[in-house]
Each structure stands twice: as C-alpha cells, then as structure tokens.
Write a protein that binds this ligand. Structure first.
Ligand SMILES: [Zn+2]
Length: 251
C-alpha cells in the first residue's frame, strides 16, 4: 500500500518526520529473556523499547540494564511487589483488593528509588501490573490512576481493545494491546489501523523468545520493525512518545 493511502486522517495532530502513526513496544517484569534475547535483537533492529521491571529479576541483570538505558531503551516502574487482583492465586499476598492508596504510593516511590540507586536513572513512566488500576473492594474501591499521574509522565495499561488517540488520550492510562504469542499477521491490522487514524499503538509483552506461554515471538518483532520502517511509522519508547504528545498538545 502506498504511503499516501495511509496518511494520517488526524489533521489535528502531526507526528514527527511526517510519520503516519507512533508505535511503542514495551515488555514487563524484567524477564531474563528480555536481556538475554530481546535487547540484542532490538539493538540489531535499531528499535528502542520500554521495559517495566520487577525488581527481583531486574537485580539479576543490573549491568545489562545500565547498558540498555545507555543504548536508548527505557526502564520504567512496575511497582515492588507487582500487586494484582487476588483472583490470581500468585498475587494473593499482594492483592489489590487489600491495598490502600497510601500503601500503593509508597510502593511505587520505593520502586523508583531502588531503580535509581541501581542504574542511576529515575523512571518517568509506569506500567500497571496486570493492567489493573484500583485498590480496595466494593464501595471502598479507589483508583490509583491519580497517584500515577502525580508521579509519572505516563502510565501504560495492558490488553486494552484500542490504541491511543494523541489528541484525546489520558497519558496516565495509555491503552496497550498484548503482543505475546502473536504472529505478525495478527498484529498488522492494528498497525494499519493506527496508521490510518494517526494514532499511537502500544504493544506490550513479557518474555522474548523461548517456550514460556507469555512470550513475544522474535520473528514478530523483526517483522514489526521492518513494516514500520517501510511505512514510515515512528517507533520509540513510551517515554519519548508521551513527551512528544504532551509537548505538542500542551497537557
Ligand atoms: Zn507485570
């Protein structure tokens, strides 16, 4: 398809270098395959990505994460304990249903502190563990989105059914589609749709290569990088695209 056919219809917003859309790749939990397989692959492809790190795994590869940041990748905040709904059995000890806003804020700031001590860079964006944004239960349920908005340039969701309209989206709740297990043929319609509308597509995964069920396929990453280059789409970190959106629209 010719570039003209995919030119952004969103005339109110222009991406840099006449790109038709923005695409961000991000990976959660500092899974070891991100360092061992993902970073060398992304560097070979010339693609900068965001990594929302779990501290236990992160601390096993600190030197490599320092190098990744020096290479232009982003390390972001993903809390200390990865609190999610206690309906996940593994999250029961740190269940969002049992959290308070104060506890969540302290934990998020503690993760920032530990990351900064380890690699010398303070995270500027956040990814909601499991994509969930609440604490408490029933009538006492509260959103912790305002805490993320207070401390970060942006907060990335997970497995949403849309991509971001840069003229409208709340940077504290950026939509992100799941990337794990997908072939390029499954991802391409989302890229084409974002290009058609001038939107920002966020793709979020976990492992990179290997046999784990939550694995992004290296060949899918290679095909995404090639396709975005061919279509003149802007591929950059969540922090870089968020900063651009904020600068252009003023909020
Ligand atoms: Zn996670």
């Amino acid at each position: 398809m010719a570039l003209a056919a995919t030119a952004p219809k969103n005339k109110a917003f222009a991406w840099p270098k006449e790109c038709a859309a923005a695409v961000s790749l991000s990976f959660d939990d500092a899974r070891l395959t991100q360092v061992d397989t993902g970073l060398p692959l992304l560097d070979r492809l010339g693609v900068k990505a965001s990594f929302y790190v779990s501290l236990y795994a992160f601390n096993q590869r600190v030197e490599q994460w320092k190098k990744a940041v020096a290479n232009g990748h982003e390390v972001g905040n993903h809390t200390v304990h990865h609190p999610c709904s206690g309906n996940f059995c593994w999250a029961r000890e740190h269940a969002l249903e049992d959290y308070t806003l104060k506890q969540m804020e302290e934990e998020i700031l503690e993760a920032n502190r530990q990351i900064e001590v380890a690699i010398g860079v303070r995270p500027v964006t956040f990814a909601y563990p499991c994509g969930q944004t609440f604490v408490g239960r029933g009538e006492k349920t509260q959103s912790y989105v305002p805490i993320v908005a207070r401390h970060f340039l942006a907060g990335r969701g997970f497995i949403t059914e849309s991509h971001g309209d840069p003229t409208f989206c709340d940077l504290a709740q950026i939509p992100a589609r799941g990337l794990d297990t997908l072939t390029f043929d499954q991802v391409q319609p989302w890229i084409d749709d974002a290009a058609k509308q001038g939107h920002w597509l966020n793709l979020a995964g976990h492992e990179i290569g290997g046999g784990h069920p939550q694995t992004t396929r290296p060949e899918t990453l290679e095909a995404i990088a090639a396709y975005c280059r061919q279509k003149n789409l802007w591929v950059d970190t969540v922090a870089a695209v968020s900063a651009y959106v904020k600068k252009v629209r003023g909020f």
